[in-house]
Design a protein around this ligand. Structure first.
Ligand SMILES: [Zn+2]
Length: 536
């Protein structure tokens, strides 16, 4: 996909700014989706430089969003304005001064970083690590389902080598939760491990090796506020290229081919020590980085219920610029997630100008640092800059309006009473609610709703729906393969704008219904996620 000439894009944007201003003034969501698209076009323009958290482009996007909230008649909900500052440290692994070796029978084989494997900067690596490797199947402990992959294993001082997916047959949300970085590390650490190495199977990969490996070069970010480091003691995290996984199993009595076949067939996986160790040296570089969430408030009308807050969230950050990509270095992030922020702005405009306001307070949160590990939302959910109690989160991330809208997928719908309001809105809009067609993609924990879930708040996330085996499923899969986290997620891709506008209607109405329902949303008694509730 070729990029458009830069000068043209800028001219288009100036024009779209003008259109956006006119549309906001009329306070209507047009059915053709032009207003929604005008926000996408601005946020995903090359001038926003891929909105990397902490970058000037991200800051420009934040100011645009704050302006639109103001035009929609919403009150500032940040600190002294619409912005809530969020402080980070960035961490980069200096690969030229770092190394990874596979040691077997005293012989060390150098692994080329980015080819056979790489060290993840999502954990803060220790300067040196040397430790034997143990294969731990999926590395999961889920007592409710009597699953303990670590039973009988000696992991003290070892690197746990795990399959970066879950076994078939577990409910999607629970499987996703137990595979989160925090949960997996909690189990591995308690069993004595000092590091981890992830093996991947094709069916669970969201990007191929080339894109994942290239992404490793971007610095990771960490919240500086206390209480957010869930990777303490994780001295090294290695990601292994699927094409080279077999070498780690040499001499173990098992093969990678055998493991992947067992996983595919849903058979139990063996656990066993490998015959090799990892010897690693890591040089890191850290820097302070400032970024921001943009928070706006639509005050509720009911004197009692307005103390309860319904959050609508969408992340505004994306992956920035990679100068090594000569043809098109900018990650515009049109679907990921200018689309979601644009929906947030459309819903803000709609609810802000509605003749009657909802009873509960609705807070609009455009958050930073999602691509760095859901950090802006995590900060907001734990340090809200608004007064009141957050009782629900409805999140939009890559809702994928790339074909006709006939149905929606609502991640987490079976977990809470949010289902009532969401179901009603879907019925009114003539939309079917379909089950998650791709639970192995773990989407329930891969966006900002998860920050709220972990803070005990009933949450749901929304996508365009599609049936299994349909042409739409194929389109979605092709999109993931070609454009997800690639520079081609830009403004030149085909998008169903009227469908996106209808989706905004559906979601805005769902938010309104949640904000007006007599009872505060709650987790269902049988929900796995009820355990994270904090009584206030
Ligand atoms: Zn993303």
């Amino acid at each position: 996909m070729a990029t458009q000439p830069r000068l043209n894009k800028y001219a288009v944007v100036t024009f779209l700014f003008a259109i956006a201003a006119t549309k906001a003034a009329s306070n209507k969501i047009p059915d053709d989706g032009a207003s929604w698209w005008s926000h996408v076009a601005t946020l995903a323009d090359d001038g926003m430089e891929g909105r990397n958290a902490g970058s000037p482009g991200h800051h420009r996007a934040a100011k645009y969003i704050a302006d639109k909230f103001k035009q929609a008649g919403l009150k500032p909900g940040g600190v002294g304005g619409y912005l809530q500052p969020v402080a980070f440290n960035s961490l980069r692994i200096v690969e030229e001064e770092s190394s990874l070796e596979l040691v077997r029978d005293g012989v060390a084989t150098k692994l080329t970083l980015g080819k056979e494997a790489y060290m993840s900067s999502r954990v803060r690596p220790a300067p040196t690590v040397e430790a034997p490797m143990v294969f731990v199947a999926y590395g999961l402990q889920i007592p409710e389902f009597k699953r303990d992959d670590l039973a009988g294993l000696d992991l003290k001082g070892k690197i746990a080598v795990y399959l970066s997916t879950g076994p078939p047959g577990l409910p999607g949300a629970i499987s996703a939760h137990s595979q989160s970085a925090a949960e997996r590390w909690k189990s591995l650490k308690a069993a004595g491990a000092v590091g981890s190495a992830a093996l991947s199977v094709a069916s669970a990969e969201s990007v191929g090796w080339a894109r994942a490996s290239q992404a490793r070069l971007q610095p990771s970010m960490y919240l500086t506020a206390p209480g957010f480091n869930d990777q303490v003691g994780h001295n090294i995290a290695i990601t292994i290229n699927r094409d080279y996984s077999e070498i780690f199993f040499d001499g173990s009595g098992h093969t990678w081919a055998e493991i992947t076949a067992a996983h595919r067939d849903g058979k139990p996986l063996p656990t066993f020590p490998l015959t090799c160790s990892i010897r690693a040296k890591a040089k890191t570089e850290t820097k302070p980085v400032k970024s921001e969430n943009v928070i706006a408030v639509l005050q509720g009308t009911d004197p009692r219920l307005r103390k309860e807050i319904v959050v609508l969230s969408a992340h505004m950050d994306h992956l920035g610029v990679n100068p090594a990509l000569k043809d098109d270095p900018i990650f515009n992030g049109a679907m990921d997630n200018a689309s979601g922020v644009a929906a947030l702005l459309e819903i803000a405009s709609r609810l802000g100008s509605a003749p009657s306001r909802p009873k509960r307070t609705v807070v609009f949160a455009a958050v930073t640092g999602e691509e760095k590990g859901l950090l802006g939302s995590r900060y907001f959910a734990n340090h809200p800059s608004v007064k009141g109690t957050i009782v629900a989160d409805l999140n939009m991330d890559m809702f994928m309006p790339i074909h006709k809208l006939e149905s929606v997928v609502v991640l987490g719908i079976e977990e809470s009473t949010l289902a009532d309001a969401i179901g009603q809105s879907a019925r009114e809009a003539g939309l079917k609610i379909l089950p998650d067609p791709a639970p192995q993609q773990r989407r329930f924990i891969r966006s900002d709703q998860y920050s709220f879930i972990m803070a005990g708040i009933p949450s749901a996330a929304f996508k365009f729906g599609y049936e299994k085996g349909s042409p739409e499923e194929k389109l979605q899969a092709e999109w993931l393969a070609k454009r997800y986290h690639a520079p081609s997620d830009d403004l030149s891709q085909p998008v169903d704008k009227p469908g996106a506008a209808r989706f905004c209607d559906f979601l805005g109405r769902a938010a309104e219904l949640v904000a007006n329902q007599p009872e505060r949303p709650r987790w269902r008694e049988e929900s796995f996620f009820k355990r994270f509730e904090r009584r206030k």
